[in-house]
Design a protein around this ligand. Structure first.
Ligand code: SF4
Ligand code: SF4
Length: 435
C-alpha cells in the first residue's frame, strides 16, 4: 500500500512503525474472511482492511478521529485473527494500538462513554478496587433491572460470588528440594487473582511439584494491557514502567529463569514490552529482556518440564471428553495452539478443537462490557460450536474467555493448568467435583 507521510511525520517513532506496517498491506482482503466482526456485520469498515484504511487516513493526514472512525475501531476485538490469516505479515496489532492511542488523544467521547471507560480503566486494573466492586455488585445484582441497559449488562457479567482470598504477594513458594531446578516469577493477573485465585494456586503447586521455585513479586498488579487496549497509553505506560522496574531491578538480578503468564491476554502484552519501549534508551534493553523471559505456562512446561502424570484409577476408566477453546491471545497473539492440547492429551483424556475455533468468544478484555451486543452474538456462536462436540467440560488458557463462556453454558469450564495440576497430584478442580 502506498503511503504519504511527510519527513516530519516520520520523525515520530509510532508513525514510522505504522508506515512500515501499512506498506506491507497489499489490500487483498484475505483477512476479512476470518474477522469475526466482518463476518457478523458484513461492513468493509468492520473488517481489518477497512480499519487499516481508517487508521491510515487519520495518521497520514494528521486528522482527529470522528464518530464514524471511532465506531468501527471500537468494534474491533483485537483478537488478531487477521494477523494469522494475512499472507503479507501485516502487524495489525501494533497498528490498531497506535490508532486507539490517536483516538484517545484527538476525540472527545460522549460523557457516558468517557465515564464507563474511565471507570473500567481505574477499577479493573487495580485488584483492590476490583475486589470492592465485586463485593458491591454481589449485593446489587438482584436489583440490576432497575439500572440503565448498559450498566445492567455490565453488572450481569460480574461474578455472582464473593471474591476468594488471594495469594500473598512478595511470597516465595519454595520447592521441597534445597536447590530448585529453576526459579520463575508468576504474573497473577489483576482480575484473575480476584475472581479465580485457584488458577494461580494450581500453577504454583504444579511448578513446585516439579522442583521449580515460584516468586510472586510485590507491587505487580496489572500488566498494563487493559489501559493499552482502551487507548489510554499514558496510564498503560505507568504500569509497564513499574512492572519492568520490579521484575528487572528487584528480581532478575537475583536470578530468574522465566516470567510465567497463565492469562494469555497478559502474556501477549508482556511479550510486546520490547516493541513498546523500542525507542526508550533507558528501558529498551530491560523491556526486551522481560519480553524474552515471558512464557505462557503451557509453553514453559512443554519446553522445560517433564510432567509427572499420576494415573488416576477411577478417572482412567472414565476418560473425559474435553473441548479446548483456543483463546485469541493464545493462538493469534502468541501463536501457541497445539502445545496446550498436547499437554492435556498426556492426561489420557480426549481433547477436541472447537469448530470455527479461530473465532473469538466475545470476551476480548473489556469488549464484552463495552460492545455487549456483538459480544453476545459471538458467545452464542461459540456455545453452539461447543455443543457440537458435546464435551463434559471445556478448557482454555485465559480468564476472560473462562468468564465469558461460563456466562453462556452450564458445561463446566476451567483453566488448562488446573487439569495438569490435578493429573500430577493436585486436587480435583472444584468445577468438576460433580462429574
Ligand atoms: S490480508 Fe494482510 S495484506 Fe491482505 S488486506 Fe488484510 S492486512 Fe492487508
Ligand atoms: S483484530 Fe479481530 S476483530 Fe479486529 S480486525 Fe482483526 S480479525 Fe477483525
Amino acid at each position: 500500500m502506498q503511503t504519504h507521510f511527510s519527513k516530519e511525520q516520520l520523525k515520530n517513532k509510532d508513525n514510522l512503525s505504522s508506515e512500515k506496517i501499512l506498506r506491507k498491506c497489499v489490500h487483498c482482503g484475505f483477512c476479512n474472511a476470518t474477522c469475526p466482526t466482518y463476518q457478523l456485520l458484513g461492513d468493509e469498515l468492520d473488517g481489518p482492511r477497512g480499519r487499516i484504511y481508517l487508521i491510515k487516513d487519520m495518521l497520514e493526514n494528521n486528522k482527529p478521529a470522528n464518530e464514524k472512525i471511532v465506531k468501527h475501531i471500537d468494534r474491533c476485538l483485537s483478537c488478531y485473527s487477521c494477523m494469522t490469516t494475512c499472507p503479507s505479515g501485516v502487524n495489525y496489532m501494533h497498528l490498531i494500538d497506535h490508532g486507539r492511542s490517536h483516538i484517545e488523544k484527538t476525540y472527545k467521547r460522549p460523557f457516558s462513554d468517557r465515564f464507563i471507560r474511565g471507570f473500567l480503566s481505574r477499577v479493573l486494573s487495580k485488584s483492590i478496587n476490583f475486589r470492592v466492586i465485586v463485593i458491591l455488585t454481589r449485593f446489587i445484582k438482584p436489583f440490576r433491572f432497575f439500572f440503565p441497559k448498559r450498566v445492567r449488562e455490565m453488572i450481569g457479567l460480574m461474578p455472582g460470588k464473593f471474591p476468594k482470598k488471594t495469594l500473598k504477594e512478595m511470597q516465595i513458594y519454595p520447592t521441597r528440594k534445597k536447590k530448585p531446578v529453576a526459579r520463575v516469577a508468576l504474573l497473577t493477573g489483576c482480575v484473575q487473582k480476584v475472581i479465580s485465585p485457584q488458577i494461580n494456586e494450581a500453577t504454583i503447586r504444579l511448578l513446585n511439584r516439579h522442583d521449580i521455585e515460584v516468586v510472586v513479586p510485590k507491587g505487580i498488579d496489572c500488566c498494563g494491557s487493559l489501559n493499552h487496549h482502551l487507548g489510554k497509553s499514558d496510564l498503560a505506560h505507568q504500569f509497564f514502567r513499574k512492572n519492568i522496574s520490579i521484575w528487572y531491578d528487584e528480581y532478575l538480578k537475583k536470578g530468574l529463569d522465566a516470567i510465567i503468564s497463565n492469562t494469555s491476554g497478559c502474556g501477549t502484552t508482556l511479550k510486546d514490552y520490547g516493541f513498546i519501549f523500542r525507542s526508550d534508551k533507558d528501558l529498551k534493553q530491560k523491556a526486551k529482556k522481560i519480553s524474552e523471559l515471558t512464557k505462557d505456562i503451557t509453553e514453559y512446561l512443554d519446553a522445560n518440564v517433564k510432567l509427572n502424570f499420576i494415573k488416576k484409577k477411577k478417572d482412567n476408566d472414565n476418560k473425559y471428553k474435553i473441548a479446548y477453546h483456543s483463546a485469541c491471545s493464545m493462538q493469534h497473539g502468541q501463536k501457541i495452539h497445539d502445545v496446550p492440547i498436547n499437554l492435556i492429551k498426556k492426561t489420557g483424556n480426549q481433547v477436541f478443537n472447537i469448530p470455527d475455533g479461530h473465532l473469538c468468544c466475545g470476551s476480548a478484555g473489556t469488549y464484552n462490557l463495552l460492545q455487549n451486543d456483538i459480544a453476545k452474538k459471538l458467545l452464542k456462536n461459540k456455545i453452539s460450536n461447543i455443543d457440537k462436540i458435546n464435551p463434559q467440560f471445556i478448557t482454555t488458557g485465559n480468564i476472560g474467555c473462562i468468564t465469558q463462556i461460563a456466562n453462556g453454558t452450564k458445561i463446566p469450564i476451567l483453566h488448562t493448568v488446573e487439569i495438569l495440576d490435578w493429573y500430577t497430584g493436585g486436587p480435583k478442580p472444584e468445577v468438576l467435583r460433580s462429574l
